[in-house]
Structure formats: structure tokens, C-alpha cells
Design a protein around this ligand. Structure first.
Ligand SMILES: Cc1cc2nc3c(=O)[nH]c(=O)nc-3n(C[C@H](O)[C@H](O)[C@H](O)COP(=O)(O)OP(=O)(O)OC[C@H]3O[C@@H](n4cnc5c(N)ncnc54)[C@H](O)[C@@H]3O)c2cc1C
Length: 216
């Protein structure tokens, strides 16, 4: 799995100034050393972001943007694509692409949970080997293509653990909502691997927004 940041627009200060324009005001950094990539907001601007986040004033946060290129298994993408508002998604299409498929094989198979079905899985390992079914699926896919079956149909026999790739762009507010929902223990751990990486990038690029938007 891979989460790469491909673009970014704005800073914590963009969010502050999107809010301050209401009163025709504009803030500056308290400290700004671009060569060290080191910026600091004034205390009152830090407090403003805290206030906006706490009271659900989402629109100033929609002026700060991130764009990611993500590679993850289909079953993870299937969960993440449910988050829609403030986000745009473009994904590789196996109607057009018939490259060798890649598969995600977990390093261990987790046991079904005993207490709550909502937990998804326990930490206990169940030894299991899926090499044969993966190899068979790939072999049949290649055979279908060799028999001139269209890629858009041959793909039907590929498993959910096949890797896919997409560009996911959206506002800091929208990605925070994704991370707040999916970084939790009740979310699937493979999906959490992606959203924890998203959170790290958010912290790097929008440290103050991330601090106050996480778990509002
Ligand atoms: C642990 C977990 C388990 C899940 N299990 C399932 C499952 O079993 N099956 C399943 O189908 N989904 C499941 N989901 C997905 C879940 O139902 C949501 O679709 C997903 O979390 C996206 O939520 P969001 O708030 O980011 O939605 P977005 O679509 O991005 O919407 C953002 C916000 O906009 C508002 N909004 C969006 N659309 C509307 C609307 N039509 N009307 C009014 N307000 C709206 C809501 O306030 C919403 O929170 C699960 C999610 C999690 C985190």
C-alpha cells in the first residue's frame, strides 16, 4: 500500500484568512522561515482555528486542499470511496488497463471476533495460505485475455485483494472527517493503514488545522 502526496494548496494561514475576510481583515505569520519550512501562527490565529473547528465552521477549512495518489486493495478503496462530500476521486480503470494485477496478501489472517461483530476481527492469527487461489485467478485472467475476452469482462474473476490506484483530492475538512471516522479501532485495520498515512501528511502540511479538527 502507498499514500503519496501529489499536490497541496494553502496553509493554516489560508484557513485563518478565509475566516478573517468576513471582517475585511488579514493575518500574517508570527514567524515564517520558508528555507526551514517553518511557520508559526500567532496565538490569536491559533485560537481562531480552534474556535472554527469546535463550532463546525467548515467553510474556511475548504480553502486548504490536499491531493493524494493512493495504492491499496479494492476492499479498502471500496470503503474509502463512501466518503464523498468535499472530495474528488479518479481511479485506474480495468476496462482500459490489462496490466499484470498486483495482490495484497496480509502478513497474517485475523480470527473472527468473539465479542462484538462490529470489531471486525480479533488479534489472534489463523494460519492460512491463499497462494493457490491467487495464482489460479491470475492464470485464468491471462487466459481470458489470450482468448480475446475484453478486459472489462475478464476482470470479473479477479479477487477483492487486487490492488487499485486512485487520485484523491479534497479539503482539509473533508480529509479530517475521513480520518476521524477511519482511524478508530472499529474501522478495518487495512483501511486504517491508509488513513493513518493521510493523517501524517495532514499534520505535516496543516499542523494547527489537524490538531483541532481531529476528533471534533
Ligand atoms: C466503521 C465504519 C463502518 C461502516 N460500515 C458500513 C456498512 O456496513 N455499510 C455501508 O454502506 N457503509 C458503511 N460505512 C460507511 C458510512 O455509512 C458512511 O457512508 C461513510 O463513513 C462516509 O461518511 P461521511 O460522513 O464521511 O460521508 P460523506 O458522504 O462524505 O458526507 C459528509 C457529511 O455530509 C452530510 N451528508 C452527506 N450526504 C447527505 C445526505 N444525503 N443527506 C444529508 N446529509 C448528508 C453528512 O453529515 C455526512 O456526515 C461505514 C463507515 C465506518 C467508519
Amino acid at each position: 500500500m502507498n499514500v503519496e502526496i501529489v499536490d497541496k494548496m494553502g496553509t493554516d494561514l489560508s484557513v485563518v484568512n478565509a475566516a478573517r475576510v468576513s471582517f475585511s481583515k488579514k493575518s500574517q505569520w508570527k514567524r515564517n522561515i520558508p528555507t526551514l519550512n517553518s511557520y508559526e501562527l500567532s496565538e490569536k490565529d491559533d485560537k481562531l482555528i480552534k474556535y472554527l473547528a469546535k463550532h463546525g465552521h467548515w467553510s474556511p477549512f475548504a480553502h486548504a486542499f490536499l491531493s493524494f495518489r493512493i495504492k491499496a486493495p479494492i476492499f479498502v478503496a471500496r470503503q474509502l470511496v463512501k466518503h464523498q462530500v468535499g472530495l474528488a476521486w479518479n481511479e485506474v480503470s480495468r476496462r482500459y488497463v490489462d496490466d499484470k494485477p498486483e495482490f495484497y496478501i496480509p502478513f497474517m489472517w485475523r480470527k473472527r471476533p468473539e465479542e462484538s461483530i462490529k470489531q471486525g476481527s480479533s488479534d489472534e492469527e489463523v494460519p492460512y495460505d491463499i497462494t493457490k487461489i491467487i495464482n489460479d485467478a491470475e492464470e485464468m485472467y491471462n487466459d481470458m485475455l489470450a482468448n480475446d475476452i475484453a478486459p472489462e469482462m475478464a476482470r470479473m474473476i479477479l479477487p477483492q485483494c487486487m490492488m487499485t490506484e486512485w487520485i484523491w483530492s479534497g479539503s482539509v475538512f473533508a480529509f479530517s472527517r475521513v480520518c476521524n471516522l477511519r482511524n478508530k479501532e472499529n474501522a478495518q485495520s487495512e483501511t486504517r493503514m491508509v488513513t493513518l498515512e493521510l493523517s501524517k501528511h495532514m499534520k505535516d502540511h496543516f499542523p494547527i488545522c489537524s490538531k483541532y479538527l481531529s476528533d471534533i
